[in-house]
Design a binder for this molecule. Structure first.
Ligand code: NAP
Length: 273
């Protein structure tokens, strides 16, 4: 596994992390056990970043994550998110306490604002985030689905901490971050956490040259993950509930394509950066 710097911290996070949307949705104990196993397999393969959120499966995603990291908590970074309905100061504090309880941990490594809420002053939210850092409940602060100007406002609202990341949708079929968010992350030293990097499983086969797959012995989803993490400011958090998918995802960044190959991916629309 390849590792990258989280923001400007000394923390090393795996280029391929693990998403958990719909983890925690299960109809049998066996299905839940399979989800735990898939996450444990990812940890064994070197994925040390697990992304969840208070809203995923009404909190049950966080509970499954807790079970998966039991025995390896110190080896992984847990990233969770506070929902846009809970961004007032006291609501952030209460939401964090609920997440800590469900996660069965004393601290959250990366606490992210899931979406901006224009009705709540960002200063309110960030004051609560800094209190959580002071109290040792949160190690690093991040945002998600923030534009460049919203990210700058969030950073300005912090007194003693730096934002370390912005989590946005980025994939071969969703390239909007290349216009502004990614260049900003590079300039400001933030990590871009690419969500839905596999286009939610709808792989655009026409955009992935067969010769690249054949040369590296990769599947199209592996090529997508390699492509999206070309810039060393980007990490991706695919969700895989199938252990075979987890294995493929974790091994997708063991080689790097040539510049010409990168350019040929995505329908020849030019280099990603
Ligand atoms: P995704 O990771 O783009 O795609 C997930 C789908 O791809 C699943 O159906 C999965 O199948 C399949 N898959 C995974 N690895 C594969 C492989 N090697 N070969 C073939 N298929 C493969 O979609 P996502 O869940 O939307 O995004 C990932 C994570 O980003 C989420 O889980 C969540 O943590 C985060 N996210 C954040 C936000 C936000 O607002 N911040 C929004 C959306 C998502 P199996 O499950 O069957 O393995």
């Amino acid at each position: 596994m390849e590792f990258r710097q989280l923001g400007r911290t000394g923390e090393r996070i795996s280029t391929i992390g693990m998403g958990t949307w719909r983890i925690g949705v299960y109809s049998t104990p066996a299905e839940r056990a399979g989800q735990v196993q898939a996450l444990r397999r990812g940890i064994e393969l070197g994925c040390n970043l697990i992304d969840t959120a208070e809203v995923y499966a009404d909190g049950r995603s966080e509970e499954v994550v807790a079970e998966a990291v039991d025995g390896s908590r110190e080896r992984v970074l847990i990233a969770t998110k506070v929902s846009p309905d809970n961004l007032r100061h006291d609501d952030v504090i209460a939401a964090c306490d609920r997440s800590l309880k469900r996660l069965g941990t004393r601290y959250i490594d990366l606490y992210q604002v899931h979406w901006p809420n224009p009705h709540v002053p960002i200063r309110d939210t960030m004051a609560a985030m800094e209190r959580l850092v002071r109290e040792g409940k949160v190690r690093y602060i991040g945002v998600s689905n923030f534009s460049v100007s919203q990210t700058e406002e969030a950073q300005d609202a912090l007194s003693n901490n730096e934002l370390v990341s912005n989590q946005v949708e980025y994939s071969l079929v969703q390239r909007a971050p290349e216009a502004d968010v990614l260049p900003f992350c590079r300039r400001a030293g933030l990590t871009l956490i690419a969500y839905s990097p596999l286009a939610r499983g709808r792989v655009p086969h026409g955009k992935i040259p067969e010769r690249v797959c054949a040369k590296y012995g990769m599947t199209p989803p592996q090529v997508m993950l390699n492509w999206v993490t070309r810039d060393d400011r980007v990490v991706a958090i695919p969700k895989a509930s199938d252990p075979a998918h987890m294995q493929d995802d974790a091994s997708s960044v063991s080689v790097r394509f040539s510049d010409e190959e990168y350019r040929s991916i995505g329908g020849g629309q030019g280099s990603s950066h």
